[in-house]
Design a binder for this molecule. Structure first.
Ligand SMILES: Cc1cc2nc3c(=O)[nH]c(=O)nc-3n(C[C@H](O)[C@H](O)[C@H](O)COP(=O)(O)O)c2cc1C
Length: 224
């Protein structure tokens, strides 16, 4: 299959996840081409975070109530950011599209703009991947990235068929002590249990590739 690996990575960790996924796909003799999504302007992390602050009370509430979380995901206003010109503005010639970035509250702003900009995605099968600083808490880390991506791509007529979400154990805003405590309380494990190179991440990457390469009948494609 011809696979496009489109990613944005601000501090380099999602890039490593993209490479790990691509290595596995190439090992199965699929062809991978790259779209490195770059913001038009690189802002400080503080300025990026500040753009989402109006949504933080609603995110906080969505941790307490799953029905509010559903409402929040259905109705929140996704922040976007200008991106540089794309190498592949039209993805119609690819069999599968992989799209990944860091979790920034929800979808990172350059990825949100990419999803709105890219052409030829209608009817495509997509693999979605992301990294975040904390452990894979369903209500916070997973639901708030996975569901918005499925929703946004669904509106554009694309289907998400594979997911891989792993931790980087890193946060620009020095929030790691809080994430570490939550990880121990919720999972009884250090955040490092969920980073690249862990059994957790290896399994997620393996499952991502299996799901991505499945044909309609459910069998994984062996090669190109
Ligand atoms: C604006 C902003 C928002 C972020 N929001 C979250 C978040 O909601 N949850 C989280 O665990 N990490 C969050 N992070 C941390 C990044 O998701 C994490 O460091 C990621 O692995 C970085 O990936 P990269 O190296 O590919 O940029 C945020 C970082 C920034 C700059």
């Amino acid at each position: 299959m011809k696979i496009l690996m489109a990613y944005f990575s601000r501090t380099g960790y999602t890039e490593k996840l993209a490479q790990a996924i691509a290595d596995k796909l190439i090992a199965r003799r699929h062809s991978v081409e790259w779209e490195v999504i770059k913001p038009a302007v690189y802002y400080s992390w503080l300025r990026e975070m500040a753009r989402d602050w109006p949504r933080y009370p609603s995110i906080g509430l969505s941790l307490l109530s799953s029905s509010w979380r559903k409402h929040h995901i259905r109705t929140y206003n996704q922040v976007e950011e200008d991106i540089q010109a794309l190498k592949y503005p039209d993805v119609s010639r690819f069999d599968r599209i992989c799209i990944g970035g860091p979790k920034w509250g929800q979808i990172s702003y350059p990825i949100a703009r990419y999803l709105q900009t890219v052409r030829g995605i209608r009817g495509k099968k997509v693999g979605s991947f992301a990294t975040f600083g904390g452990s894979p808490l369903k209500a916070f880390e997973i639901d708030l990235i996975q569901k918005p991506v499925i929703q946004l791509l669904g509106r554009m007529g694309a289907e998400v068929i594979a997911n891989a979400y792993v931790s980087s154990a890193y946060h620009e805003a020095s929030l790691m002590p809080m994430f570490r405590l939550v990880s121990l309380l919720r999972f009884g494990r250090h955040v490092e249990h969920f980073i690249l190179g862990s059994k957790y991440a290896d399994t997620r990457i393996q499952n991502f590739c299996e799901d991505l390469l499945k044909n309609k009948g459910g069998k994984a494609d062996a090669q190109v």
